[in-house]
Design a protein around this ligand. Structure first.
Ligand code: ADP
Length: 620
């Protein structure tokens, strides 16, 4: 019973399961401390009292009986010495008178009996009316010359009596018996009075015991209340609370232990919270998507990057099956592979969630020092951008190789022709040499453009492009001047419209190169005698520079890719015109280095407008 109570005491969570109602029921089943202490106190006291009463009453009885016996012995011996030597049984009258005198003086009943059992003297009755006393045990004993003692009911006086008898001798012969008797009723009455007192004392003591046990229960309960209050505070999470109980050393030590436990618990919780926060921060700041699943493949933890990558709300996925949250066969296959492998798994996965995406996936089993599997940790790195860059790089290398190969093949071919005799052909040789020179120039142009592009990109990446407040109209004039020969060649008029005081935070050389490239294209793709219009203006917080021509224009389907490297609308035509396909890519990167944008509007047969838009940055 007690063990069960203790077990329940230490397993309060079980009772929490059954709710407040069960707790009340449980409380009803457990008695208050006073009702546990009081009955045991009372029982012990009553048992002690009863034992004491028994002992006292039996000791008192024995004492009284011994006292009475000693008194009777003294009386009988005194009477014996009075009657003996010589004892003449014939003097019945005298003997009877002596019995009465002695009896009334000593307060005992005195009797004299002959060996035949005949009573010849008695202090309380007439001897003539008394029966033969020879069968009385004390008389029998006295007849054998010993002291006869007996306690029994006397039919003569109708009372419980104690008798002591001694022989009376005449010339060494037993001539009679002298007997003294006292009623023992008084002793019993005295004893029963004592018993009553003991009962009264018992009741008083029981009441006192109730008071004392109430006091003790209250006194024990006081520190227990403090400790209980403290434990409740701890249970409700107030681990800074401290218990200072009144009362004994044991309670103080218990409180000290509980306080220590609370401190440790507090420190441990702080530590765990800190570790959890660190982990959360780490996970949140990771670019990689992290998902932890348990052995039932339910999501235990995941970070924002995972939610973003797979398109779910992180707050709602905890404890949900990963199959339900990420409906992708590849991810599920990868998880199975991780759970079935003892070693970490690494794979590239292609998924199609939000367009085609490439992931590098890493999976590790979670064992937690236990041979059984606790779950798995999955980390996904989105390598789509890397893959795109890798593709762009490959494409670029292929394009560069192709662009370089054409002039080199041509140069090699004509050199071989010259070597195999054409050099002596005075008519053809100069023409061949001119072709070789033209292709060499082309190679140089391509390489210059590539170098220029790479330089701008490097500056763009490292932010090392120097910007300064420059007058935009000066930059535009410089670009127009450098294109003037080509314009004159095709008799194209270049008009300029820009305010004299339009200033921008730009790199003048690079901006001149960009506008130059746009102008060069405008001249290239416009017919003779047309006009190219250059405009510079401020619109809101932007500086807009546009180059407008009335040339052939660009079909709409080519517009989105026009700024890619080596992209041309008409490859053969562009090449024939000496274009490298890098001009607009260079423009794009120069503009990007200025945090700006470049756009194109074009109508086939009517012309194109290229617009550079730069943010106005007041001189820092
Ligand atoms: P390219 O050296 O071939 O001119 P660009 O990068 O400067 O290379 O231009 C890419 C392509 O864009 C050109 O091949 C051409 O087809 C088209 N293009 C550029 N500017 C114009 C323009 N002003 N009018 C028509 N087409 C143009």
């Amino acid at each position: 019973m007690f063990a069960e109570a203790v077990r329940r005491e230490f397993e309060p969570h079980k009772y929490q399961l059954f709710g407040e109602h069960s707790r009340k029921y449980m409380l009803l089943q457990h008695r208050k401390l006073i009702w546990q202490i009081y009955p045991s106190y009372l029982l012990i006291i009553m048992a002690a009292l009863a034992a004491a009463a028994l002992y006292i009453s039996s000791a008192t009885e024995k004492f009284y009986l011994r006292e009475t016996q000693q008194r009777l012995e003294a009386h009988v011996k005194l009477f014996q010495s009075m009657l003996q030597e010589p004892f003449s049984p014939e003097q019945q009258e005298r003997v009877n008178a002596l019995c009465q005198t002695f009896g009334s003086t000593l307060g005992s009943r005195m009797t004299v009996i002959l060996p035949s059992g005949q009573v010849i003297g008695d202090s309380m009755e007439d001897p003539a009316k008394m029966d033969n006393h020879g069968d009385r045990p004390e008389i029998q004993a006295a007849l054998t010359d010993t002291i006869g003692i007996s306690t029994r009911y006397s039919y003569t006086v109708k009372r419980q009596m104690m008798y002591v008898a001694l022989p009376l001798k005449n010339n060494g012969q037993i001539a009679g018996i002298v007997r003294a008797a006292l009623p023992v009723l008084t002793i019993q009455r005295a004893l029963s009075l004592l018993d009553e007192k003991i009962v009264v004392a018992g009741v008083v003591i029981a009441m006192l015991a109730a008071l004392v046990s109430f006091g003790i229960a209250y006194w024990i309960n006081l520190p227990l209340q403090d400790i209980r209050k403290g434990a409740e505070q701890f249970a409700s999470g107030h681990l800074q609370y401290r218990i200072y109980p009144a009362g004994s050393q044991e309670f103080m030590l218990l409180a000290e232990a509980m306080n220590q436990m609370a401190t440790q618990l507090h420190d441990r919780i702080e530590q765990i919270t800190q570790q959890r926060n660190e982990l959360e921060t780490m996970l949140a700041s990771m670019v990689e998507a992290v998902i932890v699943v348990d052995q039932e493949e339910r999501i235990v933890r995941c970070n924002q990057a995972a939610g973003k990558l797979f398109g779910f709300d992180v707050a709602t996925v905890k404890n949900r099956s990963i199959q339900e949250v990420i409906r992708n066969i590849e991810i599920q296959r990868f998880l199975k592979a991780t759970l079935n492998s003892q070693k970490p798994v690494e794979e590239s996965i292609e998924i199609d969630f939000d367009g085609e995406q490439y992931l590098r996936a890493y999976g590790t089993l979670l064992k937690n020092g236990d041979p059984r599997i606790q779950g798995a940790l999955l980390v996904f790195h989105d390598i789509t951008r890397l893959k795109q860059l890798e593709n762009m790089r490959r494409e670029f290398v292929a394009n560069v190789s192709h662009e370089l190969k054409t002039p080199i093949t041509s140069i090699k071919g004509f050199i071989e022709t010259l070597q195999t005799g054409a050099i002596s052909d005075l008519k053809a040789a100069p023409r061949f040499l001119e072709i070789i020179a033209r292709n060499a120039n082309r190679l140089e142009t391509i390489i210059n453009d590539l170098l220029s592009l790479s330089k701008i990109e490097q500056g763009e990446d490292s932010g090392q492009i120097a910007l300064a407040q420059n007058n935009i109209i000066d930059v535009l004039r410089a670009a127009i001047t450098s294109c003037a020969p080509k314009a004159a060649e095709k008799e194209i008029a270049i008009t300029l419209d820009a305010p004299e005081t339009l200033y921008g935070n730009v790199n003048a050389d690079l901006l001149e190169q960009a506008v130059g490239n746009l102008l060069d294209n405008a001249l290239q793709y416009s017919g003779p005698h047309s006009t190219v219009h250059v405009e510079g203006k401020r619109q809101d917080d932007q500086i807009l520079i546009s180059v407008k021509d009335t040339g052939c224009g660009v079909p709409a389907e080519h517009l989105p890719r026009l700024f890619e490297r080596f992209y041309r609308v008409d490859k053969a035509r562009s090449r024939n015109l000496g274009g490298t396909g890098l001009g607009l890519a260079i423009v794009k990167h120069i503009v990007q280095a200025h945090q700006g944008t470049v756009t194109v509007e074009s109508t086939v047969g009517k012309g194109s407008v290229f617009t550079i838009s730069l943010p106005v940055i007041e001189n820092a």
